[in-house]
Design a binder for this molecule. Structure first.
Ligand code: 13P
Ligand code: SF4
Length: 302
């Protein structure tokens, strides 16, 4: 039996659903029941009636799914698929920062560990960070934003809110330069440029649109422009091209690749369903506290 047939058969036997992030390898995206951004995947994980969620993404995403659906089995096909940005702040570091700002409300990007989420009042993704700060935290005297300094700068620019910001970043998005955007525009003067809010402020300032990966998917479908430069992980191009076969998508850089997102292969998806590996567990005490901020976010986003 071919690998895709074996995955399909096991999926039915286990009553499993396969969720994949937009940066996953093309063949992994194609075997998934749903492909989306962090927010869309969290909503799917919270709403699914499957018994098992195979999460093709990175650790914090599977952990978020487990927090939202603690009664389900959540599997991460590669146990080492992590997010370097999420590792840039610990719960202890955040507790120290909060102690320095006792009046502040703390908001964390979803790219954080469950233990960090447990210390926060609210969670956000790149799709809703502006709305969370502008609306949900509108009455907060002071705001602590962790861990992405670039997303924080984007939110501050849109909302006019000054925030206490942790100096973390995504090493992949932070490496993109303004010169690369200028160069791409010279080479493709008719193209629109979209980038992710994890890019540096001098990069987002030069883009036509700064969007979550789910936002990029919608923007690409709505724009009349036929040529689009994509300033995020190149895995995104697969979905964009599939949804818009008549448009041309150009990666801002071929080197724009999140290695952790590419750890998941079809073999690992199969093995995950065969052996029920690797099951994500979150201690009850952390899970309960982390869920509050995630659910607040989902309620405000729906
Ligand atoms: P999105 O939620 O926009 O898909 O972003 C996730 C991520 O990790 C981007 O680097
Ligand atoms: Fe983390 Fe960056 Fe990879 Fe997203 S692209 S998972 S933020 S390292």
């Amino acid at each position: 039996m071919k690998i895709l047939e074996r995955i399909e058969k096991l999926k039915k036997e286990r009553r499993a659903v396969i969720l994949a992030h937009n940066y996953q390898l093309s063949e992994v995206q194609d075997c998934a029941d749903f492909v989306g951004d962090s927010l869309e995947l969290s909503i799917k994980a919270a709403d699914t009636d499957a018994d098992v969620i195979v999460f093709c993404g990175v650790h914090f995403m599977a952990e978020t799914a487990k927090i939202l659906s603690p009664e389900k089995t959540v599997l991460l096909p590669d146990r080492d698929a992590g997010c370097p940005m999420a590792d840039m702040i610990t719960a202890k570091e955040l507790r120290l920062l909060k102690a320095e700002h006792p009046q502040a409300k703390a908001i964390c990007y979803v790219n954080t560990s469950a233990a960090v989420k447990a210390e926060c009042d609210l969670c956000c993704t790149s799709a809703n960070a502006v709305k969370m700060v502008d609306e949900v935290l509108k009455d907060a005297e002071e705001i602590i934003f962790v861990p992405d300094r670039n997303l924080a700068a984007f939110v501050a620019g849109k909302t006019g809110r000054e925030m206490v910001v942790w100096q973390g970043c995504c090493p992949v998005h932070d490496a993109i330069t303004a010169a690369q955007i200028k160069n791409a525009r010279l080479l493709h003067p008719k193209a629109v440029v979209m980038v992710h809010p994890e890019c540096r402020p001098e990069v987002t300032a030069l883009a036509d649109a700064t969007l979550s990966t789910g936002g990029m998917s919608r923007y690409a479908q709505e724009t009349d422009m036929g040529e689009i430069i994509v300033g995020t992980d190149t895995g995104m191009i697969h979905k964009l091209q599939k949804e818009n076969p008549d448009k041309t998508f150009l990666p801002l850089s071929e080197a724009f690749i999140c290695a952790d997102m590419k750890r998941t292969t079809l073999d690992k998806v199969l093995s995950s369903l065969e052996n029920m590996t690797y099951s994500i567990e979150v201690p009850e005490e952390i899970s309960v506290r982390a869920r509050t901020g995630i659910e607040r976010m989902l309620t405000a986003s729906r």
